[in-house]
Design a protein around this ligand. Structure first.
Ligand code: B12
Length: 219
């Protein structure tokens, strides 16, 4: 039987790195990396969030689960063959104060899987530094991520600053906070709101913004 998010979440909580990796590698024999992220790892981590919110697990349990998930995401990336040729450039980061980065790593991986060159800058990057780096590297896309709703104003502030750059990168806004926000409040000219990895893949491949809703199920 195919592995379910709940089973994987249990392995994360038990710190079972090797077992989790083994099951993920089996899953990848039949599925894409995007399926792994969207159908399995994201719901597993959302389940960890629910258990944490309801005081069923401790902060230490959540940290251990995150560390195992992080390891699995990185290990799954190593499997990918590199694509040759001229690569378009994407820079991925979270604004100052943002602490969540597993989603951003998945976004980076999806860009790379589609042949892009990626600068994954991680979370909590000060605006001035982010802009200075973008001016040097001139990415075509800047992808910004926020997990907490109260981070949305910072995301908008960053987006506005990147829109001012003369090489006009496309700004993608994503993350848990974006997926639950009303898009009309955050959408601006030159900014694309992306609610999940399927929409991101569609955007990478067609350049079109989706307008459907976002949904995860926890198995
Ligand atoms: C692990 C975790 C942490 C870890 C993060 C470690 C790390 N290295 O990332 C730590 C312990 C640091 C942490 C801290 C906090 N957290 Co936290 N955290 C989580 C948890 C359990 C999992 C996060 C995760 O990895 N999710 C899995 C990833 C894959 O999902 P994702 O981020 O949504 O990304 C997906 C999409 O959104 C999308 N995506 C993401 N970014 C982007 C960007 C672009 C451009 C695109 C296109 C797509 C995209 O792609 C991903 C793939 O599906 C969540 C639960 C949850 N529902 O997510 C809570 C959660 C997000 N945290 C929460 C809270 C409250 C906090 C704290 C405020 C707690 C505190 N009091 O200190 C702090 C804030 C820290 C900060 N400064 O930001 C709440 C937020 C609730 C709310 N009201 O908004 C949650 C929902 C838990 C809960 N249920 O209460 N957290």
């Amino acid at each position: 039987m195919e592995i379910q998010p709940k089973e994987l979440a249990d392995l994360f909580l038990a710190g079972e790195e090797e077992k989790a990796l083994q099951l993920v590698q089996q899953y990848l024999q039949q599925h894409s990396q995007q399926d792994l992220y969207h159908q399995l790892l994201t719901p597993a981590m959302y389940r960890i969030g629910e258990l944490w919110e309801n005081n069923i697990i401790s902060v230490a349990d959540e940290h251990l689960a995150t560390a195992v998930c992080d390891f699995v995401v990185s290990a799954a990336e190593l499997k990918r063959e590199s694509i040759k040729g001229i690569k378009r450039k994407a820079m991925i980061l979270g604004p100052e104060g943002e602490g969540h980065y597993i989603g951003m790593k998945m976004v980076s991986s999806l860009f790379k899987e589609n042949g892009w060159q990626v600068h994954y800058m991680g979370p909590n990057l000060p605006l001035e530094s982010a802009i200075e780096s973008a001016k040097r590297w001139k990415p075509e896309v800047v992808a910004l991520s926020a997990a907490l709703v109260y981070r949305l104003p910072a995301l908008q502030q960053y987006a506005a600053a990147f829109r001012e750059l003369d090489f006009k990168p496309v700004i993608l806004l994503g993350g848990r906070a974006v997926s639950i926000a009303d898009p009309s409040f955050i959408r601006e000219e030159g900014t694309v709101v992306v609610k999940d990895l399927q929409q991101l893949k569609d955007w990478i491949q067609t350049g079109k913004e989706a307008d459907d809703d976002f949904h995860f199920s926890i198995g």
